[in-house]
Design a binder for this molecule. Structure first.
Ligand code: SF4
Ligand code: SF4
Length: 200
């Protein structure tokens, strides 16, 4: 297993919410009609649901190239807010933090299946729990998408072999009942975690 791969859509500043409060919400169902590359900066940024899954440490099998997620987070991850604790300086501190761009989304094979950038790239609609659909980030937690409450610790607390013991599958899966879109094809879950270079 080799060192972690990671990414995060690049916000303009640390602690920036998934749906920036300083920006007017993008109008309309733009994700249905625009490509990632055609989106404005505000539209691109608003796609990130703040789930934090992409900030989990990932291990790559040196032989097969397979990527495995762990429930251990990047050293800069704030497990309370599910945001990067030093976004402006992240590249200096975490050299392999990948900046998400439309081009990167095309080439990265390990984005979580629930990630809005991946969904849009695949021509899919946003699910009911996405903040652009629900109007609140709370649904990212209630639908079981966020890593909130599921992070075992930061990578600085674990050695490489200990990381292997923290390999988990849930970041690569959809929680039960979380696949529905705003068209209501599936019921919401019962129970109650690189920023974008603006495309245009
Ligand atoms: S996995 Fe996608 S939606 Fe979730 S925090 Fe990362 S970039 Fe944002
Ligand atoms: S440096 Fe920040 S944005 Fe990058 S993976 Fe770590 S916590 Fe996430």
């Amino acid at each position: 297993m080799s060192p972690p791969a990671r990414s995060r859509p690049a916000p303009a500043a640390a602690h920036e919410p998934a749906v920036p409060t300083e920006l007017a919400p993008p109008a309309g169902l733009f994700w249905r009609t625009k490509t990632l590359a055609a989106m404005t900066g505000a539209e691109w940024e608003s796609l990130c649901d703040g789930c934090g899954r992409c900030c989990l440490v990932k291990l790559e099998d040196e032989d097969s190239g397979a990527i495995a997620y762990t429930d251990v987070a990047c050293r800069l991850f704030d497990a309370g807010s599910c945001r990067c604790s030093d976004y402006p300086n992240r590249s200096e501190i975490v050299a392999d933090c990948v900046r998400l761009t439309p081009e990167a989304v095309e080439s990265i094979g390990w984005l979580p299946p629930t990630c809005a950038y991946r969904l849009v790239r695949e021509g899919k609609d946003l699910p009911f729990w996405h903040p652009l659909v629900s109007g609140t980030r709370d649904t990212v937690v209630s639908a079981g998408i966020s890593v909130h409450g599921r992070v075992a610790g930061l990578e600085t607390e674990f050695g490489l072999f200990e990381l292997v013991d923290h390999i988990v599958n849930w970041p690569t899966r959809w929680p039960r009942g979380a696949k529905g879109t705003q068209t209501g094809t599936q019921a919401p879950a019962k129970r109650a975690r690189t920023r974008p270079k603006p495309g245009a």
